[in-house]
Write a protein that binds this ligand. Structure first.
Ligand SMILES: Cc1cc2nc3c(=O)[nH]c(=O)nc-3n(C[C@H](O)[C@H](O)[C@H](O)COP(=O)(O)OP(=O)(O)OC[C@H]3O[C@@H](n4cnc5c(N)ncnc54)[C@H](O)[C@@H]3O)c2cc1C
Length: 436
């Protein structure tokens, strides 16, 4: 349902907020602002209501589950076939198994289903007007602040939309960030990504997802709705040549060469394999006067860690909570934007710095090797590493708690296995191997 909420002005329409981009971050922002009582224009360049992001392995970390629940999306996702799962991780020392507590599981639903679901939820939210088939090409600026956008429809007609707040939710390489001229940082990415959905070829341990940290390459398997599994490989760029000629065959070959290789040859590849060659990390200062950036528009980070969808939803939540008082008239907008910037930085900066450091394609450092190795046989270290990997705790807490414990576990093993604990559970796939 589309609601006419705008105030018509002589040369356009006026809203409390104009959100540019109706994917995860933009729809989540629009839903939360609309529910809070704001009049929101949600502007999307694509016309098809079923449009979705094609290159994404769709795994949403458990840290974003509260945001999905608050948006009212988790239950409809499960009804649409979403699969809840943790991740088992293969490192040189063996398998690290996820906790058995199902409340700590992430969620898998193909973007083909998720994106239309969140978009229709946004369009049905009172106060939200979805303007599809309109590309934002300009920002309207006055008195040193962004005050609206100019959008062009498919027939070339220009529409002026003014608002107290413009939200850039337009993804990686954000045009809104560029038009606003916010400060930006780019960090090289040294891997490429290829992946495809397979029918009837789940990995051992399914529905648990699998991640192979091959030091320095990576591969992953995410079982999802419709009895499908998304298989992906992320080799360093120097090895990308093998994929150029026949990406599908190279993908299958790389998967079959994995330790405890998944049975891909027994299944069928559904659709064409997708490849992504440039995944440069890009961080934009997420606010400017009259403007905020959410999701990938604020921080487009290495997809290896499967955090972008969750952070798109969570940053929308942080923004909506930060600016609602201003949009309802109880404080200046600048105060709400400062609050959002602080919250974004506090939650994501530490994670981002660690991800930049690994994104270039380097091998594990000794401390990482020790942590991963200990997690294959010490349940406490495994628990901490899982909480960090799913982004429920930050890097400082992870290092402070996991490092001494991992060092102790290593010492114990060297002294003859005193006090060893195991993360394996009876009857579970992928039992841990001896640590190196
Ligand atoms: C290979 C790969 C694998 C990934 N795997 C995972 C994973 O497993 N888990 C995970 O959490 N994340 C993953 N990600 C990241 C995830 O896909 C993104 O972080 C997430 O989609 C960001 O959502 P968003 O809403 O910010 O942006 P997007 O989903 O990119 O949406 C941007 C929207 O803005 C619209 N738009 C753009 N410009 C304009 C304009 N000028 N006017 C109007 N509309 C506009 C677009 O059409 C689009 O709808 C992966 C990414 C890659 C590349």
């Amino acid at each position: 349902m589309t609601q006419a909420t705008a105030v018509e002005t002589a040369d356009g329409r006026d809203y409390d907020a104009v959100v540019v981009g109706a994917s995860l971050a933009g729809c989540a922002t629009a839903i939360l602002l609309g529910r809070a009582g704001a009049r929101v224009a949600l502007v999307e360049q694509r016309t098809d209501p079923a449009a979705y992001k094609r290159i994404c392995s769709h795994y949403i970390q458990s840290s974003a589950l509260p945001a999905l629940e608050r948006l009212g999306l988790l239950e409809p996702m499960i009804e649409a076939g979403a699969v809840r799962s943790g991740i088992r991780i293969h490192v040189p020392a063996g398998w690290i198994l996820p906790p058995e507590d199902s409340s700590l599981a992430g969620v898998n639903l193909r973007r083909e289903l998720l994106d239309p679901l969140i978009r229709s939820t946004a369009a049905a939210t009172p106060g939200v007007e979805l303007l599809a088939g309109r590309t934002v090409e300009e920002l309207i600026c006055a008195d040193g602040a962004v005050q609206g956008v100019v959008a062009r429809d498919t027939a070339g007609e220009r529409l002026r939309l003014t608002a107290r707040l413009v939200v850039g939710a337009d993804g990686r390489g954000s045009r809104i960030a560029k038009l606003a001229g916010v400060r930006s940082r780019r960090v090289r990415h040294g891997r490429v990504a290829y992946g495809a959905y397979f029918q009837g070829a789940p990995p051992a341990g399914a529905p648990t997802a699998s991640l192979w940290m091959l030091d320095p390459d990576m591969a992953a398997a995410f079982p999802t709705d419709g009895d499908l599994t998304f298989y992906a490989v992320m080799p360093v760029k120097e090895r990308a040549g093998a994929f150029r000629e026949d990406p599908g065959a190279a993908l299958v070959e790389a998967l079959q060469a994995l330790p405890d290789a998944p049975p891909v040859a027994a299944g069928t590849m559904v659709g064409k394999p997708q490849g992504k060659l440039d995944m440069t990390n890009e961080a934009n200062v997420p606010v400017a006067p009259g403007l905020a950036l959410v999701g990938d528009a604020a921080l487009a980070i290495d997809p290896l860690w499967g955090v972008g969808c969750g952070w798109a939803l969570q940053s929308a939540e942080w923004l909506a909570d930060s600016v609602t008082p201003a949009l309802l008239g109880s404080e200046p907008l600048a105060r709400g934007l400062r609050r959002y910037r602080r919250r974004h930085r506090r939650a994501l900066r530490g994670h981002a710095v660690m991800m930049y450091d690994y994104a270039g394609g380097r091998r594990f450092r000794p401390v990482e090797r020790m942590l991963f190795s200990a997690a294959t046989h010490d349940a406490g270290v495994a628990r901490i590493m899982e909480a960090f990997g799913s982004r429920r705790i930050g890097p400082a807490r992870m290092m402070l708690t996991a490092t001494p414990r991992a060092a102790l576990a290593r010492l114990r093993r060297r002294l003859g296995g005193l006090g060893r604990t195991s993360v394996s559970a009876p009857g579970r796939e992928g039992s841990p191997r001896a640590a190196s």
